[in-house]
Design a protein around this ligand. Structure first.
Ligand SMILES: [Fe+2]
Length: 212
């Protein structure tokens, strides 16, 4: 993704994830929260043509290269754009496909089984009460690991396959304050087709798809 950033279309209808996540949750999260980060990042980069030409991940990886007055906004909204681009494309209507053979084998090697992976993802998402994100990360050898980051931090330079948003705005209109109910509702929504594609590209040393 590069400047000017454009809000990606939802890859499914806003009500397509019901009853796990209702239409109001998805509409508010995508059209207000995600769109707010897109607008904020464009606004923060507007005075800096040299920065506009850099990929988003490079801006986030090198905060010392950002002008001090704009640094907080570029990092805040840039991390928001990066994490939400991954989050919304990581979901799909319940039980859409399965991991392909390569990702299934990687999950087995790293976690033991699909059930063990889902258990580990659930634990990683619930072990901390702070808002944040859980990332499924892939190293250059194709090994997978989970990491929780608080707030809007990304896991860069580690490369993500999946981002699970654990901010209250991601679930409050469906689950109230019940984060555990949200995580349980979100796990069946993982888009294994996209996650498999991302794993194939990242483990081959290519930029992840979609490439934030
Ligand atoms: Fe969010």
């Amino acid at each position: 993704m590069t400047y000017p950033y454009v809000l990606p279309r939802l890859p499914y209808a806003p009500a397509a994830l019901e009853p796990n996540l209702n239409r109001a949750t998805i509409m508010t999260h995508h059209d207000r929260i995600f769109a707010g980060h897109i607008d904020g990042l464009n606004r923060a980069l507007q005075p800096y043509p040299a920065l506009q030409r850099r990929p988003l991940s490079r801006l986030l990886l090198h905060p010392d290269c950002l002008p001090a007055p704009a640094r907080p906004d570029i990092l805040h909204h840039g991390s928001g754009v990066y994490s939400h681009a991954l989050y919304f494309s990581s979901l799909a209507p319940a039980r859409t496909g399965n991991p392909d053979a390569a990702l299934a084998e990687a999950l087995r090697c790293s976690f033991g089984s699909m059930e063990d992976f889902l258990r580990a993802l659930r634990q990683a998402s619930l072990q901390d009460t702070q808002e944040g994100c859980t990332w499924l990360l892939c190293d250059r050898c194709g090994r997978l690991r989970l990491l929780f980051t608080p707030g809007l931090q990304t896991a860069l330079p580690l490369v993500p396959i999946l981002c699970l948003d654990l901010h209250r705005h991601a679930y409050q209109l469906t689950c109230g304050d019940d984060r555990e109910a949200y995580v349980n509702a979100a796990l069946p929504l993982l888009n294994w087709e996209i996650l498999s594609l991302r794993y194939a590209t990242v483990s081959a040393g290519q930029p992840p798809f979609p490439n934030p």
